[in-house]
Design a protein around this ligand. Structure first.
Ligand SMILES: [Zn+2]
Length: 60
């Protein structure tokens, strides 16, 4: 079953990134390998936050 949008690997170390739902409509993306974490306030719609995270200047 395909429904989840796949997350791109960590931009710093290439490690696996997990998404965590934080309070106040915040989506957090955390890399367990290097400790990177980013969050998007007000991204109440999960696909939107994921799309923003996945958006890169290059297409790599
Ligand atoms: Zn990383």
């Amino acid at each position: 079953m395909i429904g989840e949008i796949e997350l791109k690997p960590c931009p710093f170390c290439g490690g696996e990134v997990v998404k965590i739902k934080a309070p106040l409509g915040t989506e957090m993306f955390i890399c367990h390998k290097c400790g990177m974490d980013v969050c998007f306030f007000g991204a109440e719609h999960e696909p939107k936050a994921t799309a923003v995270y996945n958006r890169r200047k290059d297409n790599g």
